[in-house]
Unconditional design. Structure first.
Length: 460
């Protein structure tokens, strides 16, 4: 896929302040290739007179979602016509964020206006007063190459050096950044090829993201169908239903209280002599997944040093009880505990079912958005520290199909989850590939004619 160039400097390479580079590449300051800088306009919340135009106003905080073509949160404002004409965004424009950021996300993010973005949001869009538009000298540098090189510098953490914090606000000293940071400039033809390679990988990442979201939507729809109609419809069979206190369910199903099917704490499984162990597995909230069905990662801790925690056992279903962890879907079935037991944060509720309930079935039922939202409404406590009482889970009325149906439902939803996991893994690998290409191409460690992208198979 990638063939590294020989590390020795040949006649095709020259030594520069940034290391060996191709003879035809130039090293200049970023500011030298910027022809003009345009300030943004926040506009007004209302239309004062006929000279105002209604439009979207893009902020730095909108960059990430807009890259994914999600425009729901972009504010709509009113600006004067002459201001709109000066700042109207078009394909190829480059925006930089001046204020904002946060831990692990420095200011200085960049946004490149693509044709897909304009098609999604329309032609009435400008940028806010905390954003600048940079106009690159197209005779020297392609806007998309400039955008990708800026991404490379951001990935290296270079924008963080120019971040100034005042009263909790992070500001990006963009003028200093433009004056002091270098950019490597190959010939325009190579710039175009570099941008095309990175764009190809980026589009593959976006395709995987779309497939993940579509599959998640399928899962939601399937959950509703399975938990209300059962599995008969999958084979074309008609399933008679009955109305119950929790809504329609198949005639052969029962409505039961979950607490009647949970194992008590004095069950025989819990007779382990924990005093005989020096270390034990510990599950903090950070290791409880939001998406995955199982918990398979643990911390190893000295038993004598565990001051706070609840005892858990293999195959327990742990459900986060504190906000926002519960609302975010943090839960999982414990798998692979050393010695079959361990500890977990006190902010979870362990669920231990008897042989009449398939544990994976009930785990998916708790992920059913309708049930998750219902239980979220039952949380108690002050705002920001609300918790779900265990009694709400014990008193929860659930649909109880025969065990074969429970297993079938669990299998169907597990298959969908496997598809989500497949595309998530593929997306993650493509993101790693993008970061590698970004570094290797922008430093000329790999040249464009040494890359073969045939391995990227995109499906819509």
């Amino acid at each position: 896929m990638i063939k590294q160039i020989n590390s020795k400097i040949s006649t095709d390479y020259k030594m520069t302040e940034l290391g060996p580079l191709p003879q035809e590449w130039k090293v200049v300051k970023l500011g030298e290739v910027v022809k003009n800088i345009v300030s943004g306009d926040w506009g007004n919340s209302e239309k004062s007179n006929v000279d105002f135009i209604k439009c979207y106003v893009l902020r730095g905080t909108d960059f990430k979602k807009c890259e994914d073509k999600i425009i729901n949160d972009v504010p709509v404002r009113f600006v004067l016509k002459n201001s709109f004409e000066k700042r109207k965004l078009k394909v190829g424009d480059i925006l930089i964020e001046l204020s904002g950021g946060g831990p692990g996300q420095p200011t200085g993010r960049i946004f490149f206006v693509t044709d897909d973005f304009i098609k999604k949001i329309g032609e009435y869009v400008i940028f806010s007063n905390f954003v600048k538009k940079l106009i690159a000298d197209k005779n020297v540098i392609l806007p998309e190459y400039f955008y990708r090189y800026w991404q490379f510098l951001y990935q290296k953490g270079r924008t963080l050096v120019y971040e100034k914090r005042t009263t909790g606000i992070r500001n990006f000293k963009y003028n200093d950044f433009l004056k002091q940071e270098n950019i490597l400039i190959p010939k325009l033809q190579e710039q175009r090829k570099i941008a095309a390679i990175l764009s190809t990988v980026q589009k593959a990442i976006e395709t995987e993201g779309k497939l993940i979201e579509r599959t998640k939507e399928l899962k939601k729809a399937m959950m509703h169908k399975l938990f209300t109609e059962g599995i008969g419809w999958l084979s074309g069979a008609e399933t008679s239903q009955k109305q119950t206190e929790i809504g329609p369910i198949p005639e052969s199903w029962k409505v039961v209280k979950l607490g009647d099917y949970l194992l008590p704490n004095n069950d025989f499984r819990f007779s382990i002599d924990k005093d005989n162990f020096e270390t034990a597995c510990f599950i903090p909230m950070s290791l409880i997944p939001e998406e995955n069905l199982f918990i398979s990662k643990f911390e190893k801790r000295q038993v004598s040093g565990i001051r706070s925690g609840i005892v858990i056992y293999e195959n327990d279903l742990l459900i986060a009880k504190i906000t926002p962890c519960f609302e975010n879907g943090k839960q999982g079935i414990v798998k692979g505990l050393v010695n079959g037991w361990g500890y977990a944060t006190t902010e979870v509720i362990p669920i231990r079912t008897n042989e009449q309930i398939n544990l994976i079935y009930i785990a998916y039922y708790f992920k059913y958005p309708k049930i998750r939202n219902y239980l979220a409404s039952k949380m108690e406590g002050s705002t920001g520290r609300q918790r779900l009482p265990k009694s709400q889970i014990e008193n929860l009325k659930i649909p109880l199909p025969p065990l074969p149906d429970q297993q079938a439902i669990a299998d169907i939803l597990s298959t969908i989850d496997q598809k989500i996991e497949f595309h998530s893994t593929k997306k993650q690998k493509l993101e790693e590939l993008f970061r590698t290409f970004l570094h290797e191409l922008m430093t000329a460690r790999v040249r464009v004619d040494e890359i073969n992208l045939d391995f990227i198979k995109m499906e819509e």
